[in-house]
Design a protein around this ligand. Sequence first.
Ligand code: FAD
Length: 475
Amino acid sequence: MADEAVLVWFRQDLRLNDNPALYQAAKQGRILPVYILPAAQQDGWFPGAASRWWLHHSLDSLGKRLGGALRLFQGEALELIPELLHQTGIKKVYWNRDFQPAQMQRDRRLQQHLEQQGIQVTTFNASLLWEPTQVLKSDGSPYRVYTPFFRHGCLKQPEPRYPLPAPPSIKTMSSAPNGLSLQQLELLPDSPWYRQIARQWQPGEPGAGDRLASFVEQRLASYQRGRDHPGLDATSRLSPHLHFGELSPNQIWYVARHAELPRACEPDRERFMAELGWREFSHYLLYHWPELPQSNFQPKFDRFDWSDDPESLRAWQQGRTGIPMVDAGMRELWQTGYMHNRVRMIVGSFLVKNLRQHWHRGQAWFWDTLVDADLANNSASWQWVAGSGADAAPYFRIFNPVTQGEKFDPKGGYVRRFCPELAALPDKYLHSPWQAPVSVLKKSGVQLGTNYPRPMVDLKLSRAEALAAFAAIKQ
Ligand code: FAD
């Protein structure tokens, strides 16, 4: 009967397990599972190219797990959902809350409209361990600094909700509007540039589960020691799965919490869980400061003298700056849709400080090319790197990509993988080939300016210029 059925609106929660909206709806009776892709022009943060590739496959996977019952649409949810309810006679709608500013606004309007029509709307938290309104300072204001936010705010709360299983049975409505085919959403580009990316990832809930299991079995115990070394496969690489909600932070939290580890590995467990805390913090900042993706958190940065140089931006994007650690990172991004966290900080610092390009430029490039592009994490992290954010790295702390490379890629495995033209250089010169004697370059087959660029800026000079520009806005 249609009036006992529930429309379940899937958004960034493309999973069956630990999905409270789906779980509760399935208990009620038949469900109509729906996904709505916004029209590109409706949403300033329409998914970038790499995210669209991921979304295509994630929807494909979810559709199969729902036995082909997932209905796909594109357009304005404020119109499509009332229309679907009208066509099917359904009187209940369930969804998991989305804490991004535009989505929250839309959801509030939709909920109000539906409730006025006598439709029952029920929403759940399925994407954050603690809701942003739950964690506040004693004076009722939101935290601005990560450590007190996590230690005194989050960890003093009751433990996060324990994950739910998948619904024991899911009965879907047989008669419902067909919607669009996955192909009609046109998420995949005409030219298959994503082939290389596709080899590294398995979008969808089963892939997310496999990734979590292998991380906990093989890498959690050495996370703290390995996590800063981009040449090692030491982190979880769960970020795209988390972004699309193919698994919940609650599932990761409890799997990590209950993993059997030697006592000496407790710092590894703690450190990993604290990284989930950084994710919470970014989403919390976006909730309380919805301007975070556009505006400097610290307004003094509005006066900063940014440079406008499309050619140097292109060199950065294409990994031809002549600074090996930066180029390796940008090429990793292009080839895999991912970049190691340590290297994101290095390439970010180089763009914003050595090249003095606005952090919006880096944010936009990452938005288009990362498979884990996420409005909260990307915006908060770029502001952190730029020094303009809440609890940011101070502007004057400028990463030196050469010493960073020597410290975190000492044997050069990472740079050699992504900059093969430098592979034969001895470790000593790998991170600064311009310092190698001519004989060493020749023996290694490196011709600076020919098969590998000369550095596009002098690191020392550009650092001094950045500090001078910062001094001008300090007061
Ligand atoms: P792990 O080390 O295994 O960490 C586990 C999880 O914790 C991650 O999957 C992620 O969800 C979360 N996490 C870890 N570090 C951070 C962090 N610094 N901030 C917020 N959450 C974190 N992350 C994104 O998910 N999307 C982005 O668009 C994004 N853009 C970034 C841009 C810049 C300039 C920087 C410096 C960082 C950015 N990050 C972003 C954060 C971080 O780099 C990635 O989350 C991390 O590299 C993902 O790899 P992992 O899953 O192996 O992480």
